[in-house]
Design a protein around this ligand. Sequence first.
Ligand code: GN1
Ligand code: MG
Length: 364
Amino acid sequence: MITSITPLGEGNVNETYQVTCEETLFQDQLLPGQISQEQLLRRYVMQRINTTVFPRPELVMANINILANHVASRPLERGWVMPTAIPIRHSDQTWLEQEGQFWRMLTFVENAQTLQTIGSSHEAQQVGRALGVFHHLVSDIPADALADTLPGFHVTPGYFQTFKDGLAKAVATPPFSISPELEACLEFVDQRAGRVDVLEAALARGELQTRPIHGDPKVNNVMLCSTSGRALAMVDLDTVKPGLVHYDIGDCCRSGCNRQGEETEDLDSVFFDLGLCEAILEGYLSAAKETLNSHDFDYIYDAIHLITFELGLRFLTDHLAGNTYFKVNRPAHNLHRAKVQFKLVESIEQQETSIRAIAERLRP
Ligand code: GN1
Ligand code: MG
């Protein structure tokens, strides 16, 4: 019996709910120590997939099932959990389409919590380690076994082209005026146009390879044990697909090293925290070092810089398009989000030498 359905998380794309069910278990189904009524409450994560963003949600579910089958066949790190999809009653199908809407239910990671921002280097280590464990775990899934659920997702030159097209369209659609705030953002982007293909060019030269990636390893997609603080799971598996692990490494640092968080109003206080960066990378490499080669280390700085710029560009593009992709709570929300990311980009650029030195120090 369902006892409650409440909104969950801070996602910008899907709609997420926590569903609590009271389940009657027979004596032989109880786990050791499970005796009270309270412990028979079971939680699930129910989501309505945003089909504008994910036009083929059945491929998203297929990828999640590939992960589930993959991890079922191997020993996992102590306590590590991979969320799995719950099939609908009397079927193998793990989603339900009703009135044109796409719903699915996932297992809930118990005794765990997420952080919105990182407060200590121990937390940073664990967030980095979570991504490392995840990459290590999926590193032997052939990249082409996974569907590309979002073609173009994290291919920065593609986002740059979409931005240019969107800007041209907005300019040609009256009434359009460029505020000084927008002007500054456009100039900022223009100055960095020559760097958008740094990772894709390395891929084309064969220095980097396509592998399974998480696609959205930001801080609040890592579940940490509520008692020990140890990383237990990476959630939000919708963007798992073939790609460059660099976008993941960069995104984890982008998100984790911004102590103010993506939604801060206080632009002046935004900076990239070098100490947290070192701890995230240390944690990451403690689990994933053997999946990386020497070229991979060469591009760590570029990855951090590029994904931060890319997210700013995506917010800016959505602002120009009238906020059709990311959920917003005010018309200029995406413009402000873009400015936060661009502030972070500036801080990353100012610390380029130090970030490169950290990557060198951690090279095996
Ligand atoms: C979106 O919906 P959410 O919050 O999990 C976005 C990510 C961005 C993130 C920024 C599919 O993720 O790429 O990094 O917002 N996901 C998609 O907060 O576009
Ligand atoms: Mg996400």
